[in-house]
Design a protein around this ligand. Structure first.
Ligand SMILES: N[C@@H](CCC(=O)N[C@@H](CS)C(=O)NCC(=O)O)C(=O)O
Length: 212
């Protein structure tokens, strides 16, 4: 993962990623690329001043965007799937028997949970009752994940993989909203999972600030 300053010939010799450090979708893409040992260039963008080159390639204007030769992928899951397939599923394989579960969990995460998470995050503490309602709505999914982690370290097995990458950045955001509340609530398995991934080399690497 090499941060670049100049936007040269995008993605001609190796994959190029437009990214935003704190965006959970971009985190998911960076984690998948790194987990699959794909070497790529990366440009950190400002969401308030998006590069024209990015908008020309992907007018919808969201990150992440991956460019490689003739390929443009501007959905984080497409980037994950591309990274997975590029290395013949060697690194973040999904067993056929898990596929429906993976799809269902990501659908809930990116849909209902993300909607409630944003409401929880952005509701002021002044409206605490409302904030609590949104948090309760988030907890349906949080409970599901915690139960899932009773017997395994990661969501599909004892090995970190595809579903962990897809979901972790969003759960981390939930955890960061109110640490006092979190401390008073169990979710022990999920807390351990968040801790385990947060201190992993992979996550530390993808969260490094651009050097240029
Ligand atoms: N469905 C897209 C969502 C990406 C997305 O919404 N990214 C946010 C940043 S976290 C974004 O770029 N928003 C555009 C903006 O804020 O102008 C994906 O999975 O890649």
């Amino acid at each position: 993962m090499n941060y670049v300053k100049q936007l040269g010939n995008l993605g001609e010799s190796r994959p190029f990623l437009f990214s935003y450090r704190r965006c959970p979708y971009a985190m998911r893409a960076r984690m998948a690329l790194l987990a699959c040992q794909i070497d790529f260039d990366i440009q950190e963008i400002s969401l308030k001043d998006k590069p024209g080159k990015m908008l020309n390639i992907s007018p919808k204007g969201t990150v992440p965007v991956l460019v490689y030769k003739d390929l443009v992928l501007d959905e984080s899951l497409d980037i994950m799937n591309w990274a997975k397939a590029k290395k013949n599923d060697k690194y973040i394989k999904i067993n056929a028997s898990d596929m429906d579960f993976v799809k269902k969990m990501i659908e809930i995460n990116d849909g209902e949970f993300k909607k409630n998470l944003d409401l929880y995050k952005y509701t002021s503490n002044k409206d605490y009752d409302l904030k609590k309602t949104y948090r309760k709505d988030c907890e349906d999914f949080i409970k599901k994940l915690d139960e899932r982690l009773v017997s395994n370290d990661y969501l599909l097995s004892n090995t970190f993989g595809y579903l962990d990458i897809a979901i972790f950045p969003f759960i981390r955001q939930f955890f960061n909203v109110d640490s006092d509340w979190l401390e008073k609530n169990p979710y022990t398995n999920l807390k351990r999972w968040v801790e385990r991934i947060s201190i992993s080399n992979l996550f530390i690497q993808i969260m490094q600030k651009p050097k240029v």
